[in-house]
Ligand binder design. Sequence first.
Ligand code: NIG
Length: 402
Amino acid sequence: MRDQGSGVGGQGLVIRGARVVVGDGTFLPRADVHVKDGLISAVGAHTPVTSDTIIEAWGRVLMPGFVDAHTHALWAGSRLDEFEKMRRGTPYLDILAAGGGILSTVRAVRETSEARLADYLRRRLEIMLHDGTTTVEVKSGYGLTTEHELKMLRAIARAAQDSPVTVVPTALLGHALDPERPTLVDDVINETLPAVHAEFPGVAIDAFCETGAWTVDDCRRLFEKASALGHAVRLHANQFNRLGGLELAVELGALSVDHLEATSPGDLIHLAESSTFGVMLPVAGFHTDGRYADGRAFLDAGGKLVLATNCNPGSAPTSSVPFVVAVAVRHLGVTAAEAIQAVTSRPAEMLGFTDRGRIAVGCRADLVLLRHADERMLGYEVGGNPVDRVWCGGKADERMSG
Ligand code: NIG
């Protein structure tokens, strides 16, 4: 029988005899998880037999759906030629400095309608769900003008309406500079930010602090105004160069500093001692130049580590969280158990959700059943899809086996 899960109303669902990986670093070796009205209603061993739909896990791993907290999953155009240039040795930042990279995606996005952009994102959300992602953050940032940043944010909202995946938008207003528009930084701060605030009042504001992108002072001006308007702020910092963005983010109480490949041990301790999350994006190193952030040092210093795909056409063309875990285990010095927390409960906490990222009574039934009986397979297997079934709010992804 093909289960339809347990969406609002209707029959309940029991996933029986699973190894339950809770998401907070603990697990239950053999337990049943009951779902009713989209929520987890009971978790335990030897629960009573019910008339609900039953899925036998046969000891395989049941875990929370992945929360992918850093993506640029809305884009248009192709960067394949640039990828070949990178493979021949041209660095990512040189491509940007020559007017390509982020700027080539900006040109493509500006030429694409809001409806078409929403279609592109819908398709990518389907792929993400198939790989186990049930909540995803999606940034704007390829518009660079008020008109096109708003177009991107509206396209994200449109795609989110039709998808079972929960989508959290972020306004990446400081993503690049425009050589033909020297007033860009002032325009973004004085015009785009207020327009975004008026239409998307709760959205987080993001920037890319880097050589050839926004300076520390530019970011400070944007973030001080955004914070005064009540927005949380996030910063791409220390990806290639250590310019002082991390210190700024900590000083301003930013929600997160993302990337961190070019970070000294002292910086990681400074970040770990703050309330700001550290978001590491190992596929950027895998895809561009083989440099990775030091996840081990950050965790050992007590840091709040989040891992994410960074799904984008330039530095991380993947939407697979299992692949992120596999790269993190090999190159960031973290264990599979630590990586699993960094893609479930930690990012849920960072994005302000108390109802997901864990398997616990009362949480949303955003669940992933693996093909495997040992969660360490997530770090071990490379390039496949370890996910057998996914439920979003208790509703099964109907394309999965069953
Ligand atoms: O986080 N570095 C800045 N932004 C993205 C890349 C975006 C792109 O190259 O299109 C990142 O890696």
